[in-house]
Each structure stands twice: as structure tokens, then as C-alpha cells.
Design a protein around this ligand. Structure first.
Ligand code: HEM
Length: 296
């Protein structure tokens, strides 16, 4: 994947689309960037978001566009830049003034070692709107990018995961010859840099990198969805856009809630953690966006 691609929404949105993932907690205690699963997010991505933020501030003459909206648009643009579908992103999010704790991050993110039932639980906990089709479609973002041995070595040692093809196992063992190897490999073995539906073809051929990938094919409930995406890139692209828009509404802040951060890595000076409510706001963004489409 292009090195300046922003952090993708698994991290940014499964913890709430309020850009709290961008907060650098060093001054005020550990924020989301220091929580273990987020340590794999690339520093260049955080810089890219802040560079866009600076440029918009200059162009707009002030803090007008939130870091959360920048993140949602940048995620869409990096999908398009690698060959994926264009979809319309509802806008109007505001940024969280609240630092998510490492515990928030750990309990909110799906684990790469999880099977479908617990992935679905995590998705449902974030939003009852997210279903098995969303899970399979959003996992298709693993058509680009890299994973560290630590994310999948449990499939290699002490015994090989029987759901993996023998050739693929051999390949992964060459990359990660022993437990604790610090190396990375591609998430999509067929077309690692292109956003396409080959990720699903890999799963059908038992070449998914993570347990959370391969189990989408092993599990009876999600297998037909994988097979359908493997057959039709067109259908996958359509569903990916729908699911991204849905995920982009988790715990959004709108209106007078939150703030528009001046620096995406720090809350605005003088901000405190006060009790914020997110859940009732999700629909507002959808309605507002639908209205603006119908009048434009
Ligand atoms: C279904 C639950 C998901 C799990 C368990 C999961 C897990 C992971 C893990 C473990 C990695 C590799 C991290 C590393 O070892 O460096 C990864 C990479 C990645 N994930 Fe996911 N993910 C999930 C969903 C998503 C979603 C919904 C998206 C975006 C829509 C996404 C986009 C990405 C991308 C682009 C990478 C590559 C990052 C890079 O190259 O640096 N993932 N994911």
C-alpha cells in the first residue's frame, strides 16, 4: 500500500468516528496511538492527516473541516487511489475532545485471532446496524496492505492451522521462520497493491493471512457472502461503499458536540473530558447527507 495512506477505519471508526485515534496522548497520558493494536499504524499516516489539516486551515481561513471528516475522506480517496470504488461520504462530523484509554481501544477493536462469532459481536457492540455482510465487505479492505508476523504467528506455531493451504503455509513459514520474528507480509497474496476482489479469491483458496480473514470462508454463515464477492467485483465494490458509509457513522459527533481540532494530534487548548453522548447522533448525519444529495 502507498506509504502515506491514512489509518484505515478499522482503527479510526471501530473506536468511534470522532478522530480520537489521531490524538497523541503524550502530554496528557496515553491516548489511542499508544494502545497496542494501534502501534502498527504508520506514523506517516498521522503526518499525512495533519498536513491535510494545515492546508485546509490555510485555504478555509480557520478550523472549519474536522479531523474526523478528513479521515473519512482520506480513507475513501486511498481506496480510489488503489483502484477501489468511489462512494459518497456523509460529512459534518466533529472531533472528540476525549482521549480514549488503551482499555477502550482493546475492548473496541476486533482481534486478528478472532473467529466470526466474536467479530460479529464486536461489530454489533459498535452498531446494531452492522451485520455479517458488512463484516465480510469491510474485511475486504485487506485487499491492500501488510501484516506483521505477530498478527498471524499463532496460525504457524506450535501447529499449523489446518484451514490454511499447504503452499501458503510454506510461504508464511519462510517469512516468519520462528515465533517472535519481526517481519511483514502482504495481506492479499494475489494482488497486494490493488484494491480488487482477489482477497475473497484468496479466502476460497485458503490463503487468507489472519484467522479473522480465513474464518469468513470457514464459517457457514459468512461463506456464501465470501463466494459471492469472489465471483463479482462489482457487487463487492457496491457493498464496500455501503458498509463504509455505515461504519463511518459509528459514534459520530455533530452540531455543537465536540470540537473542530486545530491540530489533529492534540485536543484544542483548555478542553476537558466532559460526559459526551454519541449514540443518538448517528442518524442526524445520514439524514443531513441524504437531504443535501436530494437538493444538490
Ligand atoms: C474485521 C476485523 C478486522 C481485523 C481483526 C483486522 C486486523 C488487522 C490486522 C491485525 C492488521 C495487520 C496489522 C499488522 O500486523 O501490522 C490489519 C491491517 C490492515 N487493516 Fe484490518 N482488520 C479488520 C478490519 C479492517 C477494516 C474494517 C479495515 C478498513 C475498512 C481494515 C483495513 C486494514 C488495512 C488497510 C491494513 C493494512 C495496514 C498497513 O499496511 O499498514 N481492516 N488489520
Amino acid at each position: 500500500m502507498h506509504p502515506c495512506v491514512p489509518p484505515y477505519p478499522r482503527h479510526a471508526c471501530m473506536q468511534g468516528c470522532d478522530a480520537s485515534v489521531l490524538l497523541d496522548g503524550s502530554a496528557t497520558g496515553p491516548g489511542e496511538q499508544q494502545a497496542p493494536p494501534n502501534l502498527t499504524l504508520r506514523p506517516s499516516s498521522f503526518k499525512a492527516i495533519n498536513d491535510i489539516r494545515d492546508r485546509l486551515e490555510r485555504e478555509c481561513g480557520g478550523a472549519v473541516v474536522s479531523c474526523s471528516d478528513i479521515l473519512a475522506l482520506a480513507a475513501r480517496d486511498s481506496v480510489v487511489a488503489t483502484g477501489g470504488p468511489e462512494y459518497r461520504v456523509p460529512l459534518g462530523r466533529r472531533d472528540s475532545p476525549r482521549l480514549a484509554t488503551p482499555q477502550d481501544v482493546l475492548s473496541g477493536l476486533p482481534a486478528p485471532t478472532s473467529a466470526v462469532p466474536s467479530l460479529l459481536d464486536v461489530f454489533h457492540n459498535h452498531s446494531p446496524d452492522l451485520d455479517a455482510t458488512d463484516l465480510v465487505a469491510l474485511s475486504g479492505a485487506h485487499t491492500v496492505g501488510l501484516g506483521h508476523c505477530a498478527s498471524f504467528e499463532g496460525r504457524l506455531f506450535p501447529r499449523p492451522d489446518p484451514t490454511m493451504s499447504p503452499d501458503f503455509l510454506g510461504r508464511l513459514r519462510r517469512t516468519c521462520p520462528a515465533k517472535g520474528t519481526d517481519a511483514r507480509t502482504v495481506l492479499d497474496v494475489r494482488t497486494p497493491d490493488v484494491f480488487d476482489n482477489k482477497y475473497y479469491v484468496n479466502l476460497v483458496n485458503r490463503e487468507g493471512l489472519l484467522v479473522s480473514d480465513q474464518d469468513l470462508f470457514t464459517n457457514d454463515a459468512t461463506r456464501p457472502i465470501v463466494e459471492r464477492f469472489a465471483r463479482s467485483q462489482r457487487y463487492f465494490f457496491h457493498q464496500f461503499g455501503v458498509s463504509m458509509v455505515k461504519m463511518g457513522q459509528i459514534r459520530v459527533l455533530t452540531g455543537g458536540q465536540g470540537q473542530v481540532r486545530r491540530n489533529c494530534s492534540a485536543r484544542n487548548p483548555g478542553t476537558t473530558d466532559d460526559g459526551l453522548e454519541w449514540s443518538s447522533l448517528v442518524q442526524t448525519v445520514v439524514d443531513a447527507a441524504a437531504e443535501s444529495y436530494s437538493t444538490s
